[in-house]
Design a protein around this ligand. Structure first.
Ligand SMILES: [Fe+2]
Length: 97
């Protein structure tokens, strides 16, 4: 089994603000990957015990995505503006101004 490298962009010192924001983006990606992985395993088994545990873990990871997104918006106001713009554009496309 191959594990992902958790420090592909780390430097041998404390991260600056931009590096920290980028690290949080990687953390968000990892959480989303975990959500997809757990869901795939739920879909691939009929064992209700495993489904229950995996679903709980999946939902925890979804919450972590939200927590890291909130943190990213605090750490990177420009990214927060892009997120807000994206939400506005989708609301306009769907007629929900
Ligand atoms: Fe998580």
């Amino acid at each position: 089994m191959e594990f992902s490298n958790p420090f592909p962009t780390n430097v041998p010192r404390k991260m600056n603000a931009a590096e920290l924001a980028r690290a949080i983006m990687q953390d968000i990606a990892a959480e989303l990957d975990a959500v997809a992985l757990y869901q795939a395993h739920i879909d691939a088994t009929d064992d209700e015990r495993a489904k229950k545990v995996l679903a709980h873990a999946r939902d925890d990871e979804k919450e972590h995505v939200g927590e890291f997104m909130a943190l990213l918006e605090i750490l990177d106001p420009k990214q927060a503006d892009y997120l807000k713009k994206g939400k506005t554009e989708i609301a306009e496309q769907l007629g929900k101004k």
